[in-house]
Design a protein around this ligand. Structure first.
Ligand code: IDP
Ligand code: MG
Length: 140
């Protein structure tokens, strides 16, 4: 069903600080169903491939080095209107601009190290879920 899935990553610094459980609780309390999840450590090449859409951005090197520096948690989620509702739950890219009660307001340390990823469209959600999970790893 289109529109009901999104993809998130609990980013390296948030995992390293021990926030994974609290972030997962925030997501589930927010009404999302976890349909796939694993702990992984991206290689630099995988981070570059995942963020290829940002290749021309000035922060691409910093972003891909950061995302491959230590383990992350990758999660596929289901909910009506998943992409938009998850971005609302996550808050603005820069935690200084994020609303109270959002994941980034609670857990992000900076605009770069901002605790979680959230897909920006249904198309990208599908691509990102496929990037990390085989069909038999998804329990919808
Ligand atoms: P989003 O994660 O809120 O969708 P994007 O613009 O798609 O934000 O950027 C992807 C990721 O790149 C951000 O989550 C953040 O980790 C990093 N990033 C974005 N803008 C900057 C910046 O100005 N400096 C450093 N890192 C940035
Ligand atoms: Mg984005």
């Amino acid at each position: 069903m289109a529109g009901n899935r999104t993809f998130t990553m609990i980013k390296p610094e948030a995992v390293a600080k021990g926030y994974a459980g609290k972030i997962l609780d925030h997501i589930i309390t927010g009404g999302f169903k976890v349909i796939a999840m694993k702990f992984t450590h991206l290689t630099l090449q995988q981070a570059q491939a995942f963020y290829a859409v940002h290749k021309e951005r000035p922060f691409y090197v910093e972003l891909t080095e950061y995302m491959s520096e230590s383990p992350i948690v990758v999660i596929a989620l289901e909910k009506d209107n998943a992409v938009a509702d998850f971005r609302t739950l996550v808050g603005s890219t820069d935690p200084n601009e994020a609303n109270e009660g959002t994941i980034r307001k609670r857990f992000a340390e900076s605009k770069a190290k901002n605790a979680v990823h959230g897909s920006d469209s249904d198309e990208n959600a599908a691509v990102e879920i496929k990037f990390h999970f085989k069909d038999n790893e998804i329990f919808a």
